[in-house]
Design a protein around this ligand. Structure first.
Ligand code: NAP
Length: 281
């Protein structure tokens, strides 16, 4: 029997725990705070930031949004980040990606104080993660790990295949699994015979951005299949990188899209903001 990993339910439990803890801190006048920076009006980014702020409000975390025009100059964005770095109300700074083209994403991410880098994208935090002693675990990879743990899916000694090697998802999730003693393989667009490689995975993570790329023929019987992808089809519906109807007949565990990894990412952002507040207050 395939178990469906209900990200919405797991995330709601985590958010409930965060709410309790944030309430205790706020009662002592030490409310955690998140600043979201949105440049331009990419429709998906606007929705992501709105959802993240709504989740903060529900969890009792202070949040503020800095919405800047598409034409914002790099210096102005860096000045805002510097101000937020020094603002004692703010414990987490979220730069919503992607940034409009002329802006230098790396320079902008490097400008965020590593102490407030709740997305875990600053090189100091990437380095700490690589060394196995993360300060902030990046939110989506952290969410994937929390789902595996919630369902007590064995990691140690297992083969984990990750499809996608982005700094945001594929690479950090590979590191987290390796630190938990999985044997990892990270695939990308140049991987040869990707189907055969994927079939070796006791855990298969898809983070590519290609609708229904992973078919049943690419999955080992009984594997845990985690679908990070979010793809909007021309008819407006959302699908993941995994062909859910087919693969769910073969997998041992599987995440749906929507309602899988997405809600976990937001829960982990709240968790990182709370932890940052506890460290820095
Ligand atoms: P990304 O930066 O575009 O990276 C995509 C990765 O997939 C790259 O490493 C690329 O390989 C690889 N790839 C692309 N086509 C491939 C193919 N045909 N075969 C094998 N590998 C292929 O994407 P991302 O930021 O990691 O995001 C991936 C997906 O996750 C997107 O759908 C995104 O919307 C979603 N996402 C969801 C959440 C969430 O909260 N659920 C969070 C973040 C991202 P190369 O490196 O060789 O180009």
């Amino acid at each position: 029997m395939t178990e469906i990993i209900d990200g919405k339910k797991i995330a709601a439990e985590i958010r409930g725990q965060i709410k309790e803890e944030a309430k205790r801190w706020a009662a002592e006048g030490r409310q955690p705070g998140l600043a979201a920076v949105l440049v331009g009006d990419n429709p998906a980014s606007v929705i992501y930031v709105r959802n993240k702020r709504k989740a903060c409000e529900e969890a009792g975390i202070y949040s503020e949004e800095h919405k800047l025009p598409e034409t914002t100059k790099q210096e102005d964005l860096l000045k805002l980040i510097l101000r937020l770095n020094n603002d004692p109300k703010i414990h987490g700074i979220l730069i919503q990606l992607p940034l409009p083209k002329p802006l230098d994403t790396d320079r902008v991410l490097y400008a965020v104080s590593p102490k407030k880098d709740v997305d875990g994208l600053h090189p100091n935090n990437v380095g700490r993660l690589t060394m196995g002693s993360p300060v902030f675990v990046p939110c989506t990879p952290g969410g994937v790990m929390a789902m595996l743990d919630y369902h007590k899916i064995p990691i140690e000694g297992r083969r984990a295949v990750i499809v996608g090697r982005s700094n945001l998802v594929g690479r950090p999730v590979g590191l987290l699994l390796m630190h938990r003693n999985a044997t990892i393989t990270i695939c990308h667009s140049r991987t040869r015979d990707i189907a055969a490689v994927c079939r070796e995975g006791d855990i298969l993570i898809a983070a590519i951005g290609k609708p229904r790329f992973v078919t049943a023929g690419m999955v080992k019987e009984g594997a845990a299949v985690i679908d990070v992808g979010i793809n909007r089809l021309p008819d407006g519906s959302l699908v993941g990188d995994v062909d859910f109807p087919e693969v769910s007949r073969k997998a041992g565990w599987i995440t749906p899209v929507p309602g899988g990894v997405g809600p976990m990412t937001i829960a982990m952002l709240l968790k990182n903001t709370l932890e940052s507040a506890k460290r820095n207050l």
